[in-house]
Design a protein around this ligand. Structure first.
Ligand SMILES: [Mn+2]
Length: 366
C-alpha cells in the first residue's frame, strides 16, 4: 500500500470513528496547536512565547468566554519528561483547568505527545480528532500526523535521538515543521481527503498557518491578482486605494524570507487551477514572530496572529491590517484572514466537484 493510499484510508477511518457534535452557533472557540512545552530550560521551545501565550489565554480568551481546543503537540515528550513539564509549567495547566471548568476545554493528541493516549498521570482527557456539524456541513479537527505511518515519521527513533543526543548539545527542536517537503506532503494529503469529502479540515503539525488552503504567500499573491483584475473597472479614487494596498502587499511579500519558517515555502496548493478552501492550519504558538490561532464564532472563522510589540513591530506599520492592543500589555491581536463559514462551505462544494479524488491523486502521485 502506497503512502498516499495509507493516508487517505487512515484519515477516512479516523473521520468515521469520530463522534459528531453540533457546532453551537453562539459559542466562541479558539484553536491552538504545537506549543511543544518543555521543562523551562534553554532548549524549551515554548519558553520565548510563554508570557504571550499565558497572558493572551487568560486575559483575552478566558475573559471573552472562548472554548479552548488544543490540537496536538502540546507537551514536547520526545525531549522532556512529563513530570518536569508539569511542574515547571503548572500555570499553564491551571489555565487549562479554568477553561475546562468555565467555558470548555478539548484536548487532542499530536506526534510529540502521542504517548499520553495510554497514560493515566495526565490531568486531561485526550482524544484523537473532533467533528462538528454546521448547517449540515462538516468540520474535522485533527493534528495532522495521521497522514503518515509511524515508520515514515520515524517518530520513536527520532525522539530517542533528540532526547539523548540533541538535547545535551543544546540543539533546538528540529521536526517536520522545518522540512518543507514533508510539510507539504502533510498538507496535500489532508487537502486531498478534505476536498474529496467536502469537509472543512483544521490541522496543526506543520507550524505553517493556512486559511482556505492558502499560506500567507499564497493569500498575498491571490489578493494582489484579485485587486489587479478589479483595478481597470473602478473609479480613479478607488484606483488610488488599490495602488496603496498592492504596494503594501508587495512589501510584505518581499519581507517573507527563508528565515521565516512559518510563512516561507515554495510548495503551494495554490498551484492548482482551483483551490478548494477546505484546509486550515492554526500554525504554532512557538513562532519567531509571535503565535497564531484559529477563532470560530458568530458563524465566522478567522486566522489570528498575536505578537509582542517590544519584539516585533512588523504589523504596526501596515495599513492593510487592523491591530488591536490587549490593554495594559505590549501584546497585539491581528486578524490576518476571516470569512463566514457559509461562504467557505459554498465554495468547497462548488469547487471540489465530483471527481476531486481522482484528479488530485493523479496530479500528486510521486
Ligand atoms: Mn506535530
Amino acid at each position: 500500500m502506497g503512502a498516499d493510499t495509507f493516508s487517505f484510508r487512515n484519515l477516512t477511518d479516523l473521520y468515521r470513528a469520530t463522534p459528531v457534535t453540533m457546532l453551537d452557533p453562539s459559542a466562541r472557540i479558539v484553536i491552538f496547536s504545537d506549543l511543544h512545552v518543555g521543562n523551562g530550560s534553554r532548549t524549551d521551545d515554548f519558553l520565548p512565547n510563554s508570557g504571550l501565550f499565558l497572558t493572551v489565554l487568560g486575559s483575552y480568551y478566558l475573559e471573552n468566554r472562548y472554548k479552548l481546543i488544543l490540537n496536538g503537540d502540546i507537551e514536547e515528550l520526545q525531549r522532556f519528561r512529563l513530570p518536569d513539564i508539569m511542574s515547571r509549567w503548572s500555570a499553564v495547566y491551571d489555565l487549562f483547568a479554568l477553561f475546562e471548568r468555565e467555558h470548555g476545554f478539548l484536548r487532542l493528541v499530536g506526534n510529540h505527545d502521542l504517548d499520553l493516549l495510554g497514560r493515566t498521570d495526565h490531568p486531561f482527557r485526550i482524544g484523537e480528532a473532533l467533528r462538528f456539524s454546521y448547517h449540515e456541513n462538516s468540520i474535522f479537527v485533527l493534528h495532522g500526523h495521521q497522514t503518515t505511518t509511524r515508520f515514515e515519521r520515524f517518530n520513536k527513533l527520532y525522539g530517542f535521538g533528540l532526547r539523548y543526543f540533541a538535547n545535551p548539545l543544546k540543539i533546538r527542536n528540529y521536526t517536520v515543521a522545518h522540512d518543507s517537503r514533508k510539510r507539504f506532503r502533510t498538507e496535500e494529503r489532508v487537502y486531498e481527503f478534505a476536498s474529496a469529502n467536502k469537509v472543512l479540515s483544521i490541522i496543526g503539525h506543520t507550524h505553517r498557518p493556512l486559511f482556505e488552503s492558502m499560506s500567507k504567500v499564497d493569500s498575498l499573491k491571490f489578493e494582489i491578482e484579485r485587486l489587479c483584475r478589479k483595478y481597470p473597472k473602478v473609479s480613479q479614487k478607488k484606483q488610488r486605494q488599490i495602488e496603496q494596498k498592492v504596494e503594501g502587499y508587495r512589501i510584505e511579500l518581499e519581507q517573507i524570507d527563508s528565515a521565516d519558517h512559518e510563512a516561507a515555502s515554495s510548495s503551494s496548493l495554490y498551484n492548482a487551477n482551483l483551490v478548494v478552501p477546505c484546509l486550515f492550519n492554526s500554525g504554532t504558538v512557538i513562532g519567531k514572530r509571535g503565535m497564531t490561532c484559529l477563532e470560530i464564532g458568530n458563524d465566522r472563522i478567522a486566522l489570528v496572529h498575536w505578537f509582542d510589540e517590544s519584539r516585533n513591530r512588523k504589523y504596526l506599520r501596515y495599513d492593510n491590517y487592523e491591530t488591536q492592543q490587549l490593554p495594559g500589555t505590549d501584546y497585539h491581536r491581528v486578524e490576518m484572514k476571516s470569512d463566514t463559514l457559509d461562504s467557505i462551505f459554498a465554495r468547497i462544494k462548488l469547487l471540489a466537484g465530483n471527481n476531486a479524488t481522482r484528479n488530485l491523486s493523479d496530479e500528486w502521485s510521486d
